[in-house]
Design a protein around this ligand. Structure first.
Ligand code: NAP
Length: 201
């Protein structure tokens, strides 16, 4: 099967992410997209992100209506920081995909040179770098120019207008008491309300 991993912090998941996943699934003819919330992103301060249990619960609610999508607790169950190389190897061992894609934001892909075992990672899967409106794609080409050609061609940018929606903006809106309706699924909006996420405690 052709499989895609949707990797991200998803704090919270929103329609931009869902559109990216659906566009990539169609473009690369994937049979399944596994949404894997990063438990403890290696480059982030744990105190600044919501507990992974909340992020996973919201991801589950968001993917519920698409039979190609599945939320996965793979990174929650693994101890230590969530390095993508470990996630990709585990997914390969569990699913034996004929082709594997790792979808994430272009800004995250921009830093890939500093990720653990980057060359091995790019030999195991394709990277799909989702960009927002106004994003300067030449940044990606310049910064990743140091990678050998055979790895560079494993990184595929895709342009998604719906990514104008961002998790940072949604968190700010909730904190300011502004509406977030239509930026994310209603079930996720209700979850945020019920658990009082992102508002001052
Ligand atoms: P981030 O810094 O939170 O996000 C960077 C940008 O990409 C943000 O604008 C974000 O928008 C967007 N983005 C994130 N995930 C996306 C997705 N799946 N689709 C579309 N846009 C997305 O990045 P992150 O979430 O921490 O990291 C992304 C992935 O890379 C995670 O799976 C993480 O584990 C992995 N990673 C691995 C290593 C490593 O192995 N050393 C290091 C860093 C990251 P929103 O805020 O709106 O989502």
């Amino acid at each position: 099967m052709r499989l895609a991993i949707m990797g991200g912090t998803f704090d919270p998941i929103h329609y931009g992410h869902l559109v990216v996943a659906e566009q990539a699934r169609y473009k690369f003819q994937c049979d399944k997209v596994l949404f894997i919330p990063a438990k403890s992103p290696p480059h982030k301060d744990d105190a600044l992100i919501s507990p992974v249990e909340h992020r996973l619960a919201m991801t589950r609610l968001a993917v519920d209506s698409n039979s190609y999508f599945e939320a996965s607790s793979l990174e929650i169950e693994r101890p230590g920081p969530s390095y993508t190389i470990d996630t990709v190897k585990e997914v390969k061992r569990l699913y034996y995909p004929s082709k594997l894609f790792f979808i994430t934001g272009a800004d995250a892909v921009l830093e890939i040179i500093s990720w653990k075992s980057v060359e091995e990672l790019l030999s195991l899967c394709y990277f799909v770098a989702a960009t927002r409106p106004g994003y300067d794609i030449s940044n990606l080409q310049q910064k990743l120019g140091a990678l050998p050609e055979k790895y560079l061609e494993k990184i595929i940018p895709i342009y998604i207008p719906a990514l104008a929606i961002s998790s940072t903006d949604i968190r700010k809106r909730v904190k300011a008491g502004e509406p977030i309706k239509y930026l994310l699924p209603e079930s996720v909006e209700n979850y945020i309300k019920n658990h009082r996420l992102y508002s001052e405690k």
